[in-house]
Design a protein. Structure first.
Length: 175
């Protein structure tokens, strides 16, 4: 597999994950099951379903799996639901654009003979959509942080720092 194909596959995977995370967060805020914590995703590896309105680059970005661990009040859950609903159409549109751009890139990569210009143009299309998703995600994260207490914000930062440390240790073992 060529490096371009590997990168395209990773990009497509990231886009699909981006489409999934907020669906899980939204579902977690809707969960009426009191036998497990809100947003726990039942301990599954990989988080919420692959398809939906968010993910690492979706509205909740990296906060999706973390939100359920913050002990949000009912008022905060309602506000979070409002934020997600307010941005739902925007992220559906961006998700659709991302899937279209990634499909175009995949098709450009598979051209025979290879067309550097086609791959570069399609890759630029993917980058443009992912840039829009990143900007929109940053705005949603800022809105979410407005409803968190200082203690919850500190908890988010600590969870992210702990995760980054685990990732760094994993890479240190040759991964």
């Amino acid at each position: 597999m060529t490096e371009r194909m590997r990168k395209a596959g990773l990009s497509i995977g990231a886009a699909v994950m981006a489409v999934g995370m907020v669906a899980g967060v939204f579902a977690a805020t809707q969960n009426q099951n009191t036998s497990e914590p809100q947003g726990s995703f039942s301990g599954r590896r990989g988080g919420p379903p692959a398809m939906g309105p968010g993910g690492p680059m979706g509205p909740m970005g990296m906060l999706g799996p973390i939100v359920g661990r913050l002990g949000l009040s009912d008022g905060q859950k309602d506000q979070l639901k409002g934020i997600m609903q307010a941005h739902s159409d925007e992220f559906k549109t961006l998700g659709s654009q991302a899937m279209t751009a990634h499909k175009a890139l995949e098709q450009a990569i598979l051209l025979d003979p290879v067309s550097d210009a086609a791959v570069q143009a399609a890759s630029a299309g993917v980058a443009a959509v992912e840039s829009q998703i990143a900007v929109a995600t940053a705005h949603v994260r800022a809105e979410v942080f407005q409803i968190l207490t200082d203690a919850q914000k500190a908890q988010v930062k600590q969870i992210i720092a702990d995760r980054d440390a685990r990732v760094a240790r994993g890479r240190g073992r040759g991964r």
